[in-house]
Design a protein around this ligand. Sequence first.
Ligand code: 13P
Ligand code: SF4
Length: 377
Amino acid sequence: MTSLPEAWASLTDSEAVDRIAGVRSLLGDEVLVLGHHYQRDEVIRFADLTGDSYALAKGAAARGEARWIVFCGVHFMAETARILAEPRQRVLLPDREAGCSMADMAEIDEVEVAWEEMAAARDPGGVIPITYVNSSAAVKAFVGERGGAVCTSSNAGAVYDWALEQGKALFFLPDQHLGRNVGSRKGIPLDGMRLWDPSRETGGLGRDEVASAAVLLWKGHCRVHTRFDGKQIEAFRRRFPGARVLVHWECPLDVVEAADGVGSTADIVREVAAAPAGSILGIGTELHLVSRLARTHPDRTILPLLAGTGVCATMNRIDPQHLLFTLDELAAGRAVHEVTVPDGVAAGARLALERMLEITRRREAPRGALAAPSGLR
Ligand code: 13P
Ligand code: SF4
């Protein structure tokens, strides 16, 4: 955890929460607090806008009046906000160590090497790089400069369509599961989606495999969502007959196929809210969100799919003490834990992000329902 001055580190959660309310009202509209669904209750209660990665990126792009955007989420989300917000706005992440282990699985140097190796096997003009928003600004810039786009878990299908309609193959970074799940929904056979292992020469693939793939999937994953497997869903259904199972797109394919619905965190929140009283729902995503859904809807039985479902350790770094310190320092006229992106990188990354926003605006999927998995029963 980023070291905090003792005066803040020694506060209890409830002492910090009590003080946040005061400093928040002192700062007024100067500050916009954005909160991702995986944040803890004591933090997300102070968010002006809560949502999934897409909603929060749009919130930052709305370029409101606030001079300061305090991002309660992880580093790639704060970088995205920095890139999309007005230059005069400044973005703070209450704990600079709050990263995303999946985003860290695609280093820009490795991506550049992979692209060159791929280009030796096929015409790069026939391939569109697509990066999940869970990636560094440098990877987004790489993608943007090569005609590609960012996607989030709520618009990956639309971004996939955009690439496929151009008759191109996809180089999908860094979440192999999101890439495979969406590709499979688009009817791409599993053997047309090849796993690119950056630790091996030419991704561990033969020249023909690289040349013929419809999708090259970067070998990255989320450590929270890959703890789920299809057998857990079978066990859950045996224990709770009639239950509905909803999972996040970052889960492996067998989980998504065995579930009743798959979506982004915001899709899951909406689907749970729309479920009738008395429903039993098993949720395959991060524990803070599942626990909050259970508290918010006491008339439904909402359970984690797996008893040992974990929190996202990096999201969990943002605690009330760090949030309070960030706000107290702002009130004292000092910016701490600011997230910046060099102009040269921001320009390319903005291209990729704005392409995503444009694709999504044009093809916004009907809201309110999760995509039904192919294995729907
Ligand atoms: P969402 O965009 O669905 O909120 O997902 C972000 C994320 O990191 C999930 O692990
Ligand atoms: Fe990254 Fe997984 Fe945490 Fe999401 S849940 S921020 S993908 S580590």
